[in-house]
Design a protein around this ligand. Structure first.
Ligand code: SF4
Length: 241
């Protein structure tokens, strides 16, 4: 993999050693010879409507799906508190699909997933892969609305919203899904295993290979785990056809 100066700088910032081959001008990542770099509680009363749990969602095109999400009132609390829905961003024919848990305050304000400091780190991780959020990448969340106070999504909210994500996946037809963080991974895989157990192996969601890795916000707090995240991304890349 040939790396630009900016990619090398980002990888160095992620704590990922970059090496230069002795016999070629090619630049690799990690030590020579290394395979890869070392780089609800349910509501007291039901407050969730059917949301995306409607077979009609499975037939919607992009425009109709986006409009349906924009007007969704299925989760009473979320619909009341949100500034706007956060549908997702990127290339609608992308090979890579990155999925987080839910919009935060900045995402709710701007209507785009993964903005702010965590979004910048995700952008840098994408750049290290030779990608950006508008080309060959789509970024979405399990939930399209911000949970107040950035609390974890409730299971019934995730269930209500799942059909929207599933329809996005059906339309995109990605080659690999990267679940960002414990909550997204557990939700998609319907697992209660800790992220440490879900990382390191390949899963499937909707028939698509799925790799679980750390949420960029976690990596901002624990930069020492960036190298592990890079290993996960390399694993995801190996899933591409
Ligand atoms: S989180 Fe999803 S299901 Fe709930 S109100 Fe928002 S768009 Fe609708």
């Amino acid at each position: 993999m040939l790396l630009s100066v900016r990619q090398r700088r980002i990888l160095a910032d992620m704590g990922i050693p970059v090496w230069r081959s002795r016999d070629t001008s090619a630049t690799g990542i990690g030590p020579p010879g290394a395979e890869v770099s070392a780089a609800g509680v349910p509501a007291a009363a039901p407050e969730v409507g059917s949301g995306a749990q409607d077979s009609a969602v499975e037939t919607l095109d992009w425009e109709a799906l986006e409009a349906r999400v924009r007007g969704c009132q299925a989760c009473t609390e979320l619909a009341r508190e949100r500034t706007q829905t956060v549908f997702g961003v990127g290339d609608r024919r992308a090979r890579w699909l990155f999925i987080g848990e839910a919009p935060g305050a900045e995402e709710d304000r701007r209507g785009e997933p993964f903005v702010g400091r965590a979004g910048q780190l995700l952008d840098n991780m994408l750049l290290a892969l030779g990608l950006d959020r508008h080309h060959d990448v789509f970024i979405a969340n399990v939930l399209k609305c911000r949970p107040p106070g950035n609390r974890d999504p409730k299971p019934e909210e995730s269930a209500a919203c799942r059909g929207y994500l599933d329809r996005q996946i059906a339309l995109i037809q990605p080659e690999v899904i990267v679940a960002l963080g414990r909550i997204a991974a557990q939700s998609l895989l319907e697992s209660e295993e800790p992220l440490g157990r879900l990382r390191g192996s390949e899963h499937r969601y909707q028939g698509v290979p799925l790799v679980a890795t750390y949420h960029p916000a976690y990596l901002l707090r624990k930069p020492g785990d960036k190298a592990r995240a890079w290993q996960d991304l390399q694993r995801a890349r190996s899933c591409l056809a």
